[in-house]
Design a protein. Structure first.
Length: 427
């Protein structure tokens, strides 16, 4: 029976039970953190061999490059060959950079703003700039736009990607719409996987801006939670086939594969865009950390080596996702107070609670010692217009802590929902 079906007396009883459960939760003195999608220590341990690589005197790449020295702006061929296969892009169109794809996204955006793209009449900053933002989405994408004064327009998600009708209309009618953020595989936080049809529509649609760009953040390309390991789409080939070879800037990294914050980032695009990117990048750096490229190439060995590592990672984190789903179903299922995603990969579960209660739920959880990502964080400007979405990041805590945190979160959801429903029933 859902809360909306309960009588006032039954709601009062539920509210009393939820209040008592919450008081017990607060008394436990918890200090649990589910705010970010961080790898667990056991995941990081899988790559501890990196700490001993490349080894004294063993610093030359396969082509004889001394990795200790300057140069090699596109990155070592060895690491590019491994990830070109995983990302389904040509090796020649892949750049290997420093530790974080967020830095590559930042640079690409700033280069567009200050210099314009290969298809631009001038720098983007000369005119208003708008980005379309599928929601709920990745807060750091939105933070980049906000940092540089880019107007963000939210676009609702469906089961296979964002609302294409809205995207097509806005891109075709408004020349200020210069880009869209896309996490194509296991989107953050919904877990949505963009289908080939949706992707082809995005690549081929008419745009008022001739330099429209898809910021294709393939952060979770190999982060599968099931045996169905979906391969990355040939997005660059599809863009070329659509007559829009320059439309895609693709990004990825090893941050949730090896060491978070000490990995290798990647940029992939058309030959013209790669040349454009490197031309501007060389003004900022004389070359990437090739020693790190070398150690990663030797540690991972091949694309199959990455796949095997990620299967070991899956064995660590998939049970945590199963825990979350089991507890949510047990505590909240059938009550009409929550829906949630059941991702097949990535790092998050997206939880929707009754409209107008997400902020209350997160505040209750925080007061009970359970830190969640802020309500609204997955929306531009941190504002969820329905105040209903909460991102769950279960990877970092231990299994016991995940269970405790989600049980506590469910208590907070029930209390907030009971408060709201009781207020409506007695108004």
């Amino acid at each position: 029976m859902t809360l909306s079906d309960l009588s006032v007396d039954a709601l009062n009883d539920l509210h009393a039970d939820a209040t008592a459960a919450y008081a017990d939760l607060r008394s436990q003195g918890l200090k649990l953190d589910l705010t970010r999608g961080k790898p667990a220590p056991a995941q990081l341990d899988q790559s501890n061999a990196l700490l001993c690589l490349p080894g004294e005197g063993d610093y030359r790449a396969a082509d004889g490059t001394d990795c200790r020295n300057y140069g090699g702006g596109q990155g070592l061929p060895e690491i590019r060959e491994i990830f070109a296969e995983l990302l389904n892009v040509p090796v020649a169109q892949l750049v290997a950079g420093d530790n974080a794809s967020l830095g590559v996204m930042h640079d690409s955006l700033v280069f567009c703003l200050l210099k314009g793209t290969v298809d631009s009449a001038g720098p983007w900053v000369r005119d208003p700039v708008t980005f379309l933002c599928p929601v709920p989405g990745y807060d750091r994408h939105f933070a980049l736009c906000e940092q540089y004064g880019i107007t963000m327009e939210p676009v609702e998600f469906g089961s296979n990607g964002p609302d294409l009708d809205t995207i097509r209309r806005r891109a075709a009618e408004d020349p200020s719409v210069r880009g869209i953020w896309v996490v194509p595989t296991y989107a953050n936080p919904t877990g949505v996987v963009y289908t080939e049809d949706v992707t082809r529509d995005l690549l081929s649609m008419p745009t008022a801006a001739p330099d429209f760009r898809i910021f294709w953040d393939n952060a979770y390309a190999v982060h599968h939670l099931t045996d169905d390991e979906r391969p990355a789409l040939d997005v660059l080939g599809m863009a070329a086939d659509a007559g829009q070879p320059n439309r895609v800037f693709a990004f990825a990294s090893t941050s949730k594969i090896t060491f978070a914050g000490a990995g290798v980032s990647f940029f992939a695009s058309s030959p013209d865009n790669v040349a454009w990117y490197l031309k501007h990048l060389i003004k900022r750096t004389i070359g990437p950390d090739k020693v790190n490229h070398l150690r990663h190439a030797r540690h991972l060995g091949s694309a199959d080596g990455v796949r095997e590592l990620m299967r070991r990672q899956r064995a660590i984190i998939a049970p945590k996702f199963e825990q979350v789903e089991t507890i949510l179903e047990s505590r909240l299922g059938g009550r009409g107070v929550a829906t949630w995603t059941r991702p097949e990969g990535g790092y998050f579960i997206s939880l929707d609670v009754p409209d107008g209660t997400a902020s209350r739920v997160v505040a209750l959880a925080k007061d009970a010692g359970i830190a969640m990502t802020g309500a609204g964080a997955a929306f531009p400007y941190g504002k969820d217009p329905r105040d209903r979405n909460i991102r769950i990041a279960p990877t970092f805590p231990s299994p016991d802590d995940v269970a405790t945190a989600i049980e506590g979160l469910c208590t907070c959801v029930l209390l907030a929902a009971a408060e709201q429903q009781l207020g409506r029933a007695t108004a």
